[in-house]
Design a protein around this ligand. Structure first.
Ligand SMILES: C[S@@+](CC[C@H](N)C(=O)[O-])C[C@H]1O[C@@H](n2cnc3c(N)ncnc32)[C@H](O)[C@@H]1O
Length: 196
């Protein structure tokens, strides 16, 4: 095997093992979470946690300094029910202790990857919905919002391609608070899906 590739595999293994330990330390007991994926600097989740002190909230973002800022924000807000972890969404879903379940999920203004050759990087995909479903009971809702119309259409197509989640057009958006990207958007669209 090429030594550069071997080194890369070692690095991935180490990163996954650190994330797994981190998540195990965060959730030593069974837990039911409100999860925000791609939480950025945590503005939305900090306010959500203050509004719903009875909910255990977890924000996930792949960028470390965003997570540090998010942690400061919830400390300032006094929201002890919100925590954050640096990690890639698929890896977090895969490596969370099995006794952690999701009660609700929020994906707000995910990176749209507008160029066709980058579509494979879009978070919202059939594979993602399968991974998410493995952590959710029937009835759990996943909330998706984007200002990028082609990504919204893509999300609708993804939903039509699988049976684990169905669109719920009646469900109300449970909490309104402008995110950083929402504030910059001229308009946006939302959809809610429910685990079957
Ligand atoms: C466009 S920003 C939106 C941030 C925030 N939700 C908002 O509305 O202001 C997308 C965020 O998702 C994070 N992100 C992108 N891909 C991710 C992944 N695979 N796993 C976790 N976070 C991811 C990025 O680091 C970034 O902070």
């Amino acid at each position: 095997m090429n030594p550069g590739y071997e080194q890369h595999l070692e690095w991935v293994k180490k990163r996954r093992s650190e994330l797994e330990k981190n998540l195990a330390a965060m959730f030593p007991e069974p837990a039911e979470l409100s999860l925000e994926i791609g939480c950025g600097h945590g503005h939305w989740l900090a306010d959500f946690a203050v509004a719903f002190p009875e909910k255990q909230c977890l924000g996930v973002d792949i960028i470390g300094d965003r997570i540090e800022r998010a942690e400061k924000k919830v400390r300032r807000a006094g929201a002890s029910n919100a925590r954050f972890v640096r990690g890639e969404a698929f890896e977090v879903l895969d490596l969370m202790p099995r006794h952690v379940r999701l009660n609700e999920v929020f994906i707000l203004f995910p990176d749209p990857w507008p160029k066709k050759r980058h579509w494979k990087n879009r978070l919202f995909s059939v594979k993602f919905l399968e991974e998410l479903a493995s952590r959710c009971e029937a009835g759990v809702r996943c909330h998706f919002r984007t200002d990028h119309d082609p990504y919204f259409e893509w999300a609708e197509e993804v939903i039509a391609e699988q049976d684990l989640w169905k669109r719920d057009r009646e469900a109300p958006w449970p909490f309104e608070r402008e995110t950083v990207f929402q504030n910059r958007a001229d308009s946006y669209q939302s959809l809610i899906i429910v685990k079957q």
